[in-house]
Design a protein around this ligand. Sequence first.
Ligand code: NI
Length: 216
Amino acid sequence: MTHLIDQVAQLVEAKFTGLEGSHDWFHIKRVWQTALYLQSQEGGNADEISLAALLHDYSDHKYNGGDFDAGSREVLNLLNKLNCPFEIADRVAKIVQVVSYKGALVSDEATSIEGKIVRDADRLDAIGAIGIARAFSYGGSKARPLYDPSIAPLLHDSKEEYAAAKSHTINHFYEKLLLLKDRMETATARTLAEERHAFMLQFLAQFELECGMQKQ
Ligand code: NI
């Protein structure tokens, strides 16, 4: 299994190196490392967690024209090609299917402990100082304004509506990033999320202060 994980890591590194900073190889690597840390505290199958963490963004709907199922389909094909036992490939593909956030009012699909760990690890990378940097990197890649006070945040109730939303980056905090703390499913991730969440609030307060719109 170590050989398979190395092979997948190499393929993913080649595919993601040089991509825009919010979803590049460094993101994948951080999620992988965080997921293994969560596994050391929470249990779960480490091989399955490594594979799912490495492959969780393999075909992301944000980059593939909006196909929510392509990721798990392509992951299953890839793992089959690499002679991964079908049972593991199937479990990993099912995790990949449920990792992404689909809107403030859309609840997360039930998943295994391995799935919860990978989803929590991906969400931890979306908050805190790294989350702030990634949000503005992604917004920049789509030429979105940093902030436009005339556009209020929206809580989306379908994955299609969420995926189609084109707002300024500050709204992304209210539509997703500030909601992630309460959607962590493992105790270890919940604890790690506290500090990162507090840092985002501090950042937003300072941002608002500098924009001259602090509430009286
Ligand atoms: Ni990700």
